[in-house]
Design a protein around this ligand. Sequence first.
Ligand SMILES: NC(=O)c1ccc[n+]([C@@H]2O[C@H](COP(=O)([O-])OP(=O)(O)OC[C@H]3O[C@@H](n4cnc5c(N)ncnc54)[C@H](O)[C@@H]3O)[C@@H](O)[C@H]2O)c1
Length: 348
Amino acid sequence: MKKVLITGAAGYIGSHAVVDFHNAGYEVIGVDNYLNSEEGTYKRIAQITGKEIAHHNIDLRDKKAVFSLFKSEKDIDAVVHFAALKSVPDSVDNPIFCFDNNNNSTLNLADACSQFGVKHFIFSSSCSVYGNVTADQLPVTEETQLKRPESPYGYTKQNGEEMLHYFSDVKDVKIMALRYFNPVGAHPSGEIGELPAKRVNNLVPVITQSAAGVIDAFTVFGSDWKTRDGSCIRDYIHVSDIASAHTLAYEFLKKQDDEKFFDVINLGSGEGVSVFEAIKAFERATGVRAPYKVGDRRDGDVESIYSNPQKAKEVLGWEPKFDIEDMMASAWKWQQKLKELGMAVHKL
Ligand SMILES: NC(=O)c1ccc[n+]([C@@H]2O[C@H](COP(=O)([O-])OP(=O)(O)OC[C@H]3O[C@@H](n4cnc5c(N)ncnc54)[C@H](O)[C@@H]3O)[C@@H](O)[C@H]2O)c1
């Protein structure tokens, strides 16, 4: 059985990937230092898979610890690298920590892959690498010109891709960077999902939290954008669909004859959904009202961004299985689970 090392395995997307790789028949090893997660996630993953995976508490900035992990876990065939700081506002407040954490984790893993002969590497990238996309650039393809990212976080993704690309020019490793648009929702079982952030500002968590009464009515930032209903448009994609793309990317990389390989692929639904449409989808899917108010536009917001997911379909054979109502229904189920766990508000 091929061994796959998943970093950030206790986190939001990583935990869903653990389930997907396990279900596809791989031996999964998790790494996380619980910077933005908790070890209890592995127990809840086991509720879904029936098996608790082997896992290690390692800060991936610690090169010595990373190397001794690769030494002790022999025959790792692939690294699927989710671990990163993902908070854009935190990265703006403390860019050095974000650069140190995200870039050095990636460097140490790449170095360990080359030292220990690991042949496959999948990198969590983001649509933030495209910077401030203008209306004439939509939908965003992999050929869309990269601009200066809007945040230090976005820069770590652009930079991470570049570092790995240069690395794959000289080392026998096949690398795929997957650029996610807006991952939302939770596993249909309701056992795993996204933990509440310190500063809740993503749309789906604010919808579920306001509907649950955890926060007051949330603000829709601007209703005067030049879109079909005046609110901003984004490309939401179910987290389980994001996870399954990684398993398909690994299958794809294994089939490549060349020892050196690098490519990037967008992961989005291809459909732009407005803020008002997302709120309505939530209310349709759950029968629950999510209180909101309309405010001014927020600095730094882009009017509209959505992907062209054609390459993911052609190269990986990947197509999203879950629609916007599935995303909302599963996010709501997870909100109930958070309440049951006593974790409905940020606890980390
Ligand atoms: N969620 C999104 O909206 C989104 C969008 C685009 C890209 N991404 C990227 O996808 C990846 C996963 O995101 P997520 O939403 O699951 O985030 P998350 O915060 O839930 O998970 C990341 C995990 O990595 C761990 N981690 C961070 N730094 C570490 C370190 N130095 N050593 C060990 N573990 C460390 C955290 O504890 C956490 O469990 C990240 O790379 C993120 O940048 C996320």
